[in-house]
Each structure stands twice: as structure tokens, then as C-alpha cells.
Design a protein around this ligand. Sequence first.
Ligand code: SF4
Ligand code: SF3
Length: 541
Amino acid sequence: MNMFCYQCQETAKGTGCTVQGVCGKSATVSNLQDLLVYTLKGISEIVVKGNVDVKSIGRLNHEVLNSLFMTITNANFDDGAIKAQIAKMIGLRNELRNKVKAGNLHDAAVFEAEPEDMLNKAMLVGVLATENEDIRSLRSIITYGLKGMAAYTQHALNLGKEDSEIYDFIYKALAATLDDTLSADDLVALVLKTGEYGVKAMALLDEANTSKYGNPEITEVNIGVRNNPAILISGHDLSDLEQLLEQTKGTGVDVYTHSEMLPAHYYPAFKKYDHFVGNYGNAWWKQTTEFETFRGPILFTTNCIVPPKNEEVRRRIFTTGSAGLPGCRHIEADEKGRKDFSEIIELAKTLPAPQEIENGSIVGGFAHNQVLALADKVVEAVKSGAIRKFFVMAGCDGRMKSREYYTEFAKALPKDTVILTAGCAKYRYNKLNLGDIGGIPRVLDAGQCNDSYSLAVIALKLKEVFGLEDINKLPIAFNIAWYEQKAVIVLLALLYLGVKNIHLGPTLPGFLSPNVAKVLVDRFGIAGIGSVDEDINLFLA
Ligand code: SF4
Ligand code: SF3
């Protein structure tokens, strides 16, 4: 075994990547990511045992977020960047340890590793170092949930919003994954607590996005192209997008969104840029062909990167933030968070305009504020029976053939049902023209995966309007597609909010041991997916 990683839905054989990642991650990168997470756990133990006030360690908080984000699926494939981050975190860890009295510490809080022996150390500290499979499973769920939480917290931070309670929780939960005295029941409780903080992190990001850029509103987004040179921006970071739009103003270079950046078009603040043309392509996994036809530079602000086989494409890729790809230029922020994208803009000017692969438009912008503005109409449609049921189909897309299920499911849903979506899962059905119900489109896109928070806000509001005690009495079914660790925090957040009977697909996580899976089934009614017809009958029964 060269490595072991089972954090995403595409993990080899549904059990774990052991030679190299299905995602394209090398064994070296995977092992280094394990060591980086291990280092973070050690830091967390020092913070907890040393009673450190998280408000006094701002830089460390930010670097912990960045480190966790670097280990999310498809975010960073650069072994050099991960080694440098481990060295940085060991340095910050030692500085902190020298300042506080933390008592007896775990190896994670004291080990030393020079770059040349990091890999040897890494081989000893991965997921499999926990022998009991149930404890391993629960520790993994918590760690993956924290990765998703860190990603959303970092986006909020980039817009100037922080919450020390979230940092506090991240340290406590990471430290708990080193604690051999905790029982499986203790860890199950911590899994739910992670969901509670997931809600806080998504609410914080929602507040950061909407206070800066306004509330998303119904918007028609162009999916065709113009005849100017252009830059494609991918990932989830709106602050990077804003800076790119500002710097490309008046340069003759257009900007298009890719994959999870699509919902940026729904925010009022970005509508003033007339060179912000539209959305190019589809979900992340189609980038292998769509970047060839785009022809201009591509800026990755976060995941999902697919390491390109085509060297010409690689030369046009830039990364920033926690993202990284070897051989590609990485743009760092200065101490004020400003980034200089001039190199990308200059490159764009030398390259041809994108080749059109689609045309027309799609409609989105149904985050909580917009849907609640239409609440009367929605409630009336439910009361009159015009809308029989809502299907929350938020989450991720991926390349597995079995995901065709979601397109077929959307097509087969009766015409009196509405899909509520968020995340890149939407690309499976957002171009199907499923029509509307009395002016309410049958696919309501709230935004990025973090905007699943919006869907929860909408559900809670409907519960109030209909005077229900239990969110599960609403005419809403949950058929969620997952892929990476942001979907893990979204799922844990829904469980914390009391949502039951969530169907999760296309396969259940490889990191659920049979006993832990049984807890999720028994306590929360979590289920996998079946055939489209069976599932629709089940949901509508
Ligand atoms: Fe495998 Fe997914 Fe881990 Fe990549 S992130 S190595 S595909 S489990
Ligand atoms: Fe997609 Fe990677 Fe998860 Fe933000 S871009 S949803 S998979």
C-alpha cells in the first residue's frame, strides 16, 4: 500500500485509494496531506490543553483553515506547497508550545520532521493508524466535516467575517480525534456537534456574501460566448472574483465563471461589470475537454481541479488561495488580501476568444431572500396542490456513470414537483428545461454548495408558515448527491437541524464502518439510492 485515502465518493472500489488517487492525487501528496492534518491535530491539543484564547492566535487560526482546505479533494496537488505548509505549521506549533503550559502532549504536538523525512513520518500517521474501525470511521467523519467547515470559514474570512466560536470548535474537535479515552458514543455526539458548527459556518459565509454583494436575485445567466479574449474563473471564492473583475475592467478581456462560480452571477454587486459575460461549461469533471475549447487562462480559487494531461492547458492554469497544481503559477495575496492578477490578464490578451460550446441561458438566484420574497406564491401553490412536493437535490457532481441517475430522476419527477438545488450537483439537470409551476421554475438554484444553508433557511421558514412542529412533516424530500468534504459538512448540518430520511448517493461514503452506517440508518433514516422509479415511488408515497 503506497497511501490510504477514502475521503471522497470516488474512492477506489468504494473502500479506499491505496496506489494513487482516482482524483489524480499522487501517493506523495496524499501522505503529505495526512501529515499536515496530523500536525493540525497536535496544534489543537496544545490550544485545548493550554487553555489558549483563540482570539490571541489570529495568524494560527487562519493558517489552520488554509491547511485543512489544502487537503480537500481536488484542491491542492502540489507536494512542494504541502511540504512548505507542514514546515510552517510545525514552526507555529513550536512557538505556541513554548508559550503555554499544556502538560503531557501527544506525538502530533511534538514530532519534528525535516522536508526530507516528512514522507517517512507521514506513512505512520494516516487514517489507518487508528485500529478500531468504528473509532476510525467516526474520527474520519469529524475530520472531513471540519475540512468542509474550514473551507466555508475561510471564504467568510476572505470577506472580513470571523467567529472565534468556530475556531474554538475546530481546535476542540481536532484534538478530540487524538483522544483515545473517548468512546464511540462520545464521538457520535461530536459528529452532531460538528453539524451544529457547520450551520454556524454556513450562516457566517452567507452573511459575509450577502452583506458585501447583496442578496442573490432571480437572474438569467448567458451560457454562450463573445468574441473577446477571456479568463475563466473557477472554484468558490467571491473575493477573488471581485478582484479579478476590478482588474480586468477596461482591458478588453472578458470574464466567465466555471462550475461552482456560476452563482456569482446572481449577486447584485457583480451585475455592474459588463465584461462579466456568463458561465462557460459544466460541472468540474468536464474541464478536461472544456478547458481546451475555452482557449484562455483559467484561475482556480479552490477545488475542483482535475490535473490536466494536456500540457497546453496546464500552461494556462493559475491557482490562488488553498488551491495548487504543480507546474502552474500560484498567485499569493499580500498582507491586506490583495492579489495581483496582471500576469493572467496579459496572457489572456495573447490568446483567442473562447469557442462556443453551448448557447442560450439558464436561470438561478433562488437563495433564501429571493424565495422568501416569493413565499406567498409558494405557500399558495402548496396549499392549492399545484406543488405536491419539493426535492432537495443539493450537493456535488462527479464523473461516475452512476450519477446519470440524477438526470433521470429529475426528468422522471412528476410535473407538480420542484427541485431545490445548490452546489455543482445542479449541472445534472439545470439545462433540461423542466418548465415552471405558475411562474415558479421547477429547478430553483440557491447557489454554491454552501448555499445549502439557504435551503435549510427556506425549509425552516416553511415549517413556521405551515405551523408544523417537525421539519420532517413538510412536503420536502432530500435526495442529496455528495462527492467531497464540503458535502460532508452540509450533510452533518442537515442532521443537526433534525432532517431525517436523507437519501445519499450515488454511493454511501467508504469511510462509514458497518456499525457507524447502522447508527446513521437507525437514528436518522439515512439511505442510499435505488432505481429512479423505485425512489420516486418511495418519496411520493
Ligand atoms: Fe481517492 Fe478521493 Fe482520496 Fe482522491 S480524494 S485519493 S479519489 S479517496
Ligand atoms: Fe462541486 Fe467540487 Fe462539491 Fe461546491 S466543485 S460542490 S464537487
